[in-house]
Design a protein around this ligand. Structure first.
Ligand code: ZN
Ligand code: ZN
Length: 351
């Protein structure tokens, strides 16, 4: 089968890779759609993400959907009820161990033995799903209704990231929210915060194109922090500070500036991946205003919630869909996905 494999920065090859036999409890899924994520782009542009570098060829991709082609015996009953050959599914890229302390505490996103699709965190790497088919554990397959497109199903993963971040933010109903960064995750945090009842959401970015999309998705006010650096402080002052803020840029300066924008008792959720090393924080502001600073990492039960919210149309993410390209044009698709003036979320058609 063909796969989009990264051999090093800017060296993405569409090439033949071997299939493997299923183990007990596993499923083979014929992949339909794959969304290009910020982490895929980081691997492509820098040969790594956060602390992890590509040390052997890595098939990228973890935001995928498809059709079940083969199911092994499932003696532990891991599969969702009704999962069968032919089921259309959103694939949850998380494969936690299910028995460590984090898993047993219901926080399997923090599993120490997590095998996440398309990740260089482990050696050998966990190969991803930008390929014609992929083998996953049966419980990673979440059936979707016939009415749901497989493009939408492939968006469950990034929406789950945003829904988890909203959960980490605590109660948002009636609250004033800031989202820093209008990449796919920032825009989905905007949608998820409104879904959770936020009274207003302000968003920031360095580019006008994604800010325009944020307005389409319901942002009360969009701020180009490069063109108008004072506007954010003014917006915060107008409301006596934000109740909750989502840091989705991964830029140190964005996090460092946030405590000053918060109202006493506010909460900052860090979900962007910051550069290696530390960040100097105005810690006395955190202390004196009792501001909470929490992390948010991937998702757990929010994956199934994301599938349901997208399938029902209760969360509409159409404005972030920027187009689809066939697998053989993967390199071009990655270049488009990395162009913030032209694209938010680009999909590879792997069918
Ligand atoms: Zn992703
Ligand atoms: Zn575990």
């Amino acid at each position: 089968m063909l796969a989009a494999r990264l051999h090093g920065a800017h060296d993405l090859r569409v090439e033949e890779v071997a299939d493997r036999a299923l183990a007990s409890g596993e499923a083979r899924v014929r992949v339909a759609m794959g969304g290009i994520c910020g982490s895929d782009l980081s691997y492509y542009n820098k040969g790594g993400v956060g602390d992890f570098s590509v040390r052997e060829p890595l098939t990228l991709g973890h935001e995928v959907s498809g059709t079940v082609a083969e199911l092994a015996a499932d003696p532990l009953g891991l599969a969702e009820p009704g999962l069968a050959v032919g089921s259309r599914v959103a694939i949850n890229p998380s494969r936690p161990c299910l028995h460590c302390q984090a898993c047993r505490a219901g926080r399997s996103n923090l599993c120490r033995s997590m095998r996440f699709l398309g990740s260089a965190a482990l050696m050998p790497h966990v190969q991803g799903a930008f390929s014609e088919s992929v083998v996953v554990r049966a419980d990673q397959c979440v059936p979707v209704p016939d009415s749901m497109t497989l493009t939408l199903a492939a968006c469950a993963e990034p929406l789950a990231v945003a829904l988890h971040a909203v959960r980490r933010a605590g109660e948002l109903a009636g609250r004033h929210v800031l989202v820093a960064g209008c990449g796919p995750i920032g825009l989905l945090c905007l949608a998820a915060a409104l879904f959770a009842g936020a009274a207003s959401v302000h968003v920031t970015d360095l580019f006008e194109a994604p800010l325009r999309i944020a307005r389409q998705m319901g942002a009360l006010r969009t701020i180009d922090v490069r063109a108008d650096p004072a506007a954010l402080e003014q917006a915060a002052a107008d409301r006596g500070g934000f109740d909750a803020a989502f840091e989705a840029t991964g830029a140190s300066a964005s996090l460092v500036g946030m405590p000053a924008l918060m109202r006493p008792g506010g909460r900052i959720v860090q979900l962007g991946m910051l550069p290696k090393g530390g960040v100097p924080l105005p810690a006395n502001l955190l202390m004196a205003r009792e501001i909470d600073l929490v992390g948010s990492f991937r998702f757990h039960e929010e994956f199934a919630i994301a599938v349901a919210a997208l399938a029902s149309g209760r969360i509409d993410i159409a404005p972030i869909l920027s187009g689809t390209m066939p697998l053989r044009r993967a390199d071009e698709a990655f270049r488009l996905a990395g162009d913030r003036q032209r694209a938010i979320k680009v999909h590879l058609d792997l069918a």
